[in-house]
Design a binder for this molecule. Structure first.
Ligand code: SF4
Length: 376
């Protein structure tokens, strides 16, 4: 058969294995499409999303996604550093532990404190600084612009904003100041599912996502797996939507209930479906930046590392100052993904990391060894 000209070595090998192996016609047809760089249909994505645990078909899908990941975005796992700089939010998303009506202790980091933390992060070899908060109008355009400009000047690192909905004019100003990436999950492209949990304007969310792409941001979309009344078809639509509008990053995590919210009794999202969604997203958008999310890691750390075997290529390490960490409780028992142990675990599972990250880790390891020797 004719294989796509640009198809790279590992993908080629895995496609050939599927075509020659004892697999269903469905999976072989999907592999042929991947080989010829043809788009997958919604029913094919639904087929993949529904693959059951412990089956050969699912294992083959995971291996194909892993091969595509390595051939397109590379073998190195991208480590991004996130600062959760404010847990104030004017919104009331039904699942969120820091929604306006929740009783959490609130905090805001000052402009200088955010900049200093970002400078600190840059010493760890991370490849992006992610600035995240609730929708907090305290951070005016001037404040965000100053933070972005200063971090860019002092660290020369790409800056990703995850601060909720802002007007297109504001988004333009942040871009001009130096922000190159923006995360704004669609949550669900099914209007009913979206409005059930958000209660605000679906059309505006979609309009802003498209505007971010048009403004030249490396745009991040994403969804939550396991929202009320969400179907597998809805998840397939989310993946197709991200492909269609030109999303380059996708944050996909399982729903985890948060105490004191309207959804506190709603069941956890399926981790198996989340892993399937990672693999499908890699098949549909081969060059996407795909984090294995902290939400998945909050169910189990091993699951978060498992995500890196099924198509994901990003881990977000949390650099929020310790005194605020517990208060950014968007859901219960949120995992603290910190630098040292995460890198140690990734190295133990033979993941490839950038030389900068390895140097920072080595330095920390030596400091810890010296400190232990001094105590003994
Ligand atoms: S999900 Fe985001 S916008 Fe919604 S309440 Fe939580 S922090 Fe605010």
């Amino acid at each position: 058969m004719l294989l796509g000209k640009s198809l790279k070595r590992l993908t080629h090998k895995k496609v050939a294995e599927i075509l020659n192996g004892d697999f269903s016609k469905n999976l072989k047809d999907i592999a042929k499409k991947v080989a010829n760089e043809k788009p997958l249909s919604k029913s094919e994505i639904v087929y993949l999303l529904n693959l059951k645990k412990e089956t050969n078909e699912r294992k083959a899908m995971f291996e194909l996604a892993d091969a595509i990941r390595k051939d397109t975005v590379g073998k190195t796992i991208s480590i991004k550093g996130i600062i959760e700089f404010s847990n104030y939010c004017k919104r009331n998303c039904a699942y969120c532990g820091i929604r306006a009506k929740s009783n959490v202790k609130r905090y805001r980091m000052g402009v200088e404190e955010i900049i200093e933390t970002a400078v600190e992060i840059s010493k760890f070899g991370v490849d992006t600084v992610v600035l995240q908060s609730g929708e907090d109008p305290y951070y005016t355009v001037d404040k965000i612009v100053r933070v972005v400009k200063e971090i860019e000047r002092l660290t020369a690192l790409p800056i990703s904003l995850s601060i909720g909905e802002r007007s297109v004019e504001e988004l333009k100003m942040f871009k001009k100041a130096g922000a190159s990436k923006y995360l704004l999950k669609q949550e669900s492209v099914n209007r009913r599912v979206f409005e059930n949990v958000h209660g605000f304007d679906y059309d505006e969310r979609i309009r802003l996502l498209k505007a971010l792409v048009s403004l030249g941001y490396i745009t991040g979309g994403g969804n939550i797996i396991g929202l009320p009344e969400q179907s597998v078809e809805d998840i397939a639509d989310d993946i197709l939507f991200m492909k269609k509008i030109g999303v380059k990053m996708a944050g996909i995590g399982p729903f985890i209930p948060a105490r004191g919210t309207p959804l506190e009794k709603h069941p956890f999202g399926s981790v198996d479906l989340t892993l399937n969604a990672y693999a499908c997203t890699r098949l549909v958008i081969p060059d996407v930046f795909l984090p294995s999310t902290t939400a998945l890691g909050s169910v189990s750390a091993n699951l978060q590392y498992r995500g890196l075997d099924v198509g994901c290529n990003v881990i977000m390490v949390n650099f929020t100052p310790a005194k605020y960490l517990e208060d950014y409780a968007i859901y219960d028992n949120k995992r603290n993904v910190e630098f040292y142990h995460t890198v140690e675990d990734l190295l133990n599972s033979e993941k490839k990391l950038s030389p900068k990250v390895l140097r920072a880790f080595d330095k920390m390891r030596k400091e810890r060894e010296n400190e232990n020797a001094r105590i003994l």
